[in-house]
Design a protein around this ligand. Structure first.
Ligand SMILES: C[S@@+](CC[C@H](N)C(=O)[O-])C[C@H]1O[C@@H](n2cnc3c(N)ncnc32)[C@H](O)[C@@H]1O
Length: 346
């Protein structure tokens, strides 16, 4: 094997052996957190805490095995073992409760039900350019979820949690006041639109998404006090996008799609939007070079789960201009997420 002289490798790019070994084994962290989420352990624990034996019956696990799981979780700050052998909540374990706000229970459950099966097929995606998910599950992610509410429901909640985290940053960075009607294309659980409508009492909005998704969104809207200002419309953005809004938003959607499909969606928005309308794209934004960024891993996740991709600002600009839009501003809003404002080209 060819020897690589160490002096040509920049020191700052190096992980030490322990760090690299931990990264190689990071599926262990995912595995124990996903198990906790699927068993609903965080919801079972009350303020008093409980022993593994006390919890074992309700989650149908062997007490000795459950103890080992809880001990491993406690070793990374999820639950804490007390001197009397009970486990109680930590700040991190509270985030795994289903009704926490925000909650990461949906993210962990969805990961354990879908991502955990697709990722081992990474070589398939690298060699074929196709989504590993389709190889493992026999159909695309969104088709699968249409028939599997047990996977779709945590997916919606996972997206909702990301949205909770990102929306505050979007609201700080963008003034929605000039608009009166918003259509959120692929708006999923409707959390993003609801937060905008809560802040701006004069705006009306519609979540546009697939029928099985908006059915669940509608249930949630009924529980929110938005005075009839928020509604849903079912359809496929690959075929059609409804007209009638002065602002179209599309958040964490284009990353699901390869360029040809992403352009198809954007061109459908272009057909629907008025000449003086505005389009807001909120999505992962890849920084150049070696800059560490979560979007670079999310990009691989897109490759495997949907065949989509994360993009650089320049790639977004090109995609939008080839779909009939001109970008008038682009900025990062939250860690790996960027916001692009675009207007229709004549
Ligand atoms: C990654 S999720 C993002 C959801 C939401 N915008 C957010 O940021 O939380 C992508 C959304 O696109 C929707 N979607 C997928 N295919 C679609 C289609 N053909 N037509 C309309 N919506 C679709 C999914 O149902 C899902 O809600």
């Amino acid at each position: 094997m060819m020897q690589i002289p160490l002096e040509i490798i920049p020191e700052e790019s190096e992980l030490n052996i322990e760090e690299l070994a931990k990264i190689i084994n990071s599926h262990r962290f995912t595995g124990i957190i996903c198990a906790a989420a699927r068993l609903g352990l965080a919801d079972l624990l009350d303020g008093e805490g409980a022993t593994a034996s006390e919890l074992a019956d309700s989650v149908k696990c062997r007490p000795d095995m459950l103890y080992r799981l809880l001990r491993a979780l406690a070793s990374i700050g999820i639950f804490e073992e007390t001197p009397v052998g009970t486990f109680r909540h930590t700040r991190a374990s509270l985030l795994l409760r289903q009704n926490a706000e925000p909650s990461l229970q949906g993210l962990a459950s969805m990961t354990s039900l879908m991502h955990f099966y697709a990722w081992p097929e990474i070589l398939y995606s690298l060699r074929t350019g196709k989504a590993a998910f389709n190889k493992v599950f026999g159909e695309g992610l969104y088709e699968y979820m249409a028939d599997h509410p047990e996977a779709a429901e945590p997916f919606d909640r996972a997206m909702g949690a990301y949205t909770e985290i990102v929306t505050a940053a979007v609201l700080e960075n963008y003034d929605f006041a000039p608009y009166s009607r918003i259509i959120d294309v692929g708006g999923g659980a409707g959390i993003f639109l609801a937060k905008i409508l809560e802040r701006y009492a004069h705006i009306h909005g519609t979540v546009y998404d697939r029928d099985h998704v908006v059915a669940r969104t509608l249930e949630r809207i009924h529980k929110m006090a938005l005075d009839g200002r928020m509604g849903v419309q079912a359809g496929s953005f690959l075929e059609h996008v409804p007209a009638g809004a002065d602002l179209y938003t599309i958040k964490i959607v284009l990353c699901d799609w390869e360029d040809s499909d992403a352009k198809r969606i954007l061109k459908n928005i272009r057909r629907a939007i008025r000449n003086n309308g505005t389009l807001l794209v909120i999505d992962g934004m890849l920084p150049p070079g070696n800059t560490p960024c979560y979007a670079k891993l999310s990009d691989i996740n897109m490759m495997l789960m949907t065949g989509g991709r994360e993009r650089t600002e320049d790639e977004f600009r090109q995609l939008l201009s080839e779909s009939g839009f001109k970008v008038i501003s682009a900025k990062p809003v939250h860690e790996w997420v960027g916001l692009l404002e675009a207007v229709p080209l004549p």
